[in-house]
Design a protein. Structure first.
Length: 153
């Protein structure tokens, strides 16, 4: 009886330890987002390369003149004059404010080859760029609205 009790206590302790570690790791993620003033979705998009659901961004229908800025740094990334309706469900632009406003990176995830668009310092994920956009560039910067804040002019 004593051996069974000790075995149960050890097994329970290991389970609690593992559960506690998993819970602690999950609990630590929320403050990381909050420390930067981000929602969990914004944090996941920018720091875990997640993708927001198509059609879910309020910035998709933003039509005013102004700037789409990095939600963390406030740096200008896209001007509204380069925004267009791509029909994809994500805010799309044909060029960034300057070439140095973004960093491009090869992305071979999801069994395909794409070009990822990241922040100028390369730390935050914005979306991907494709070669099916309008003139004058022929590019479509397909962005997650969760990574941006709109500043009207």
């Amino acid at each position: 009886m004593k051996k069974k009790l000790i075995g149960a206590l050890i097994t329970g302790g290991i389970a609690l330890s593992l559960f506690g570690t998993m819970f602690q790791m999950k609990a630590n993620e929320v403050p990381a987002a909050e420390r930067q003033g981000l929602t969990q979705l914004e944090y996941d998009v920018m720091y875990r390369d997640a993708t927001e659901r198509p059609g879910s961004s309020a910035l998709l229908h933003e039509k005013r003149d102004g700037w789409f800025v990095d939600k963390v740094t406030g740096e200008k990334v896209f001007h509204s004059s380069t925004k267009f309706e791509s029909g994809t469900g994500w805010p799309s632009f044909y060029q960034p404010h300057t070439d140095s406003a973004v960093t491009l990176k090869d992305d071979h995830s999801l069994l395909m080859s794409r070009t990822e668009v990241r922040s100028a310092d390369g730390e935050r994920h914005y979306g991907h760029v494709f070669r099916d956009g309008p003139e004058p560039t022929g590019l479509r910067y397909c962005m997650n609205g969760a990574a941006f804040k709109f500043i009207p002019e």
